[in-house]
Design a protein around this ligand. Structure first.
Ligand code: ZN
Length: 101
């Protein structure tokens, strides 16, 4: 029996990265932002594309959002393919969700 000399015992570094989510690739998607003040807002990517341009990196757009109620940055921002599909409801349900912030 052969004993392997090396084993993969830790995650590869640097971790594999996903390509940046560009607005033009997600025109029918939404940014679902949640604030600590319990305010939830869904931004249509097609409207964000008009404001920031079709090549805007949505993960950077997500860091610029501010809550209109308390003016803080959102506690969490998800890129979702439907505004009514939030992470808590769809884990395991096959919905397309990507956390951005
Ligand atoms: Zn707020």
């Amino acid at each position: 029996m052969e004993i392997p000399l090396f084993r993969l015992c830790s995650r590869p570094y640097p971790p594999p990265t996903m390509p940046p989510p560009l607005a033009r690739d997600h025109m029918t998607w939404w940014l679902a932002a949640s604030c600590v003040c319990q305010r939830h807002v869904d931004y249509a990517v097609r409207f964000l594309a008009e404001q920031y341009g079709p090549d805007a990196d949505l993960s950077r757009v997500a860091t610029r959002l501010r809550c209109r109620k308390c003016n803080r940055r959102p506690e969490r921002v998800d890129l979702v393919d439907r505004p009514d599909r939030r992470v808590a409801e769809v884990c395991g349900g096959g919905a397309r969700v990507r956390r951005l912030a």
